[in-house]
Unconditional design. Sequence first.
Length: 319
Amino acid sequence: MAYTIAFFGTKPYDEASFNDKNKEYGFELRYYKGHLNKHNVILTQNVDAVCIFVNDTADAEVLHMMADNGVKLLALRCAGYNNVDLKAAADCGITVVRVPAYSPYAVAEYTVALMLSLNRKIPRATWRTRDGNFSLHGLLGFDMYGKTVGIIGFGKIGRRAAELFHAFGCPILAYDSNPIAQMPDYVQQTSLDELLRHADVVSLHCPLVESTRGLMNAERISMMKHRAILINTSRGPVVDSQALAEALNSGHLAAAAADVFEMEPPIPREHPLLNAKNCLVTPHIAFASEESMLRRAEIVFDNLYAFLHGEQKNVILPR
């Protein structure tokens, strides 16, 4: 008998990678474009596991309804799990697993792409050239060589980003709330305040937990060097978007890039970062490379198979 897995909030690229990987497993896959919530949780009836992404709702109410439907496993197809009430999951007997570190190369490389796009004004240069305007006015950037880059969150993605920025000849500062093991010799570990005061570019790579929610608020943004650049490819709520927009519009910061927001796309037109000066915005795509999608599918199905056969991999426990 084939095991049945319900996937919520799927896109065509999700389904393509999962269908391809499922050739090895033979699960029955059910795809739902809507995000999991209390109104559609009825769709979890008669399934063995549920797979969700960052914009699905897995609060206590939804989890208890899932448990009543007989669901025993909630499989995240992402590393973050702030949208899951882990205590409620444990209370109702649902095991939660995730996909750690499936896209460190993709996210780190995209971070550098955002930095270069901002610095060398690539979007603006493209628009002008298409309009027949070949003036260089306002398009001057700067050499990355010698510019100090501050990495906030020195996990696998932050570490890879540091490697890439180091290749440009950038001095690297790193801050992490946890001890950093095997620090590269080209990285200087420092306090958050010191990093913000000295970095020409600040790149965020920390998870979203209570201690990082609102980490980059108005006070900390004001501590950054005048005309510095902020890049966020971590999680949207790590940054106070209104404070960042004000810093950009006032000229305190030279530019910013945001691949993530407080909510998943679509983003309302009135969002402050969509209307701020010198702010490059993209729709949460840093993770989306062909290789990372395949790797994610491998880990998701490995997690599913292990649980359904009495083992556990990449389980998240409540704190």
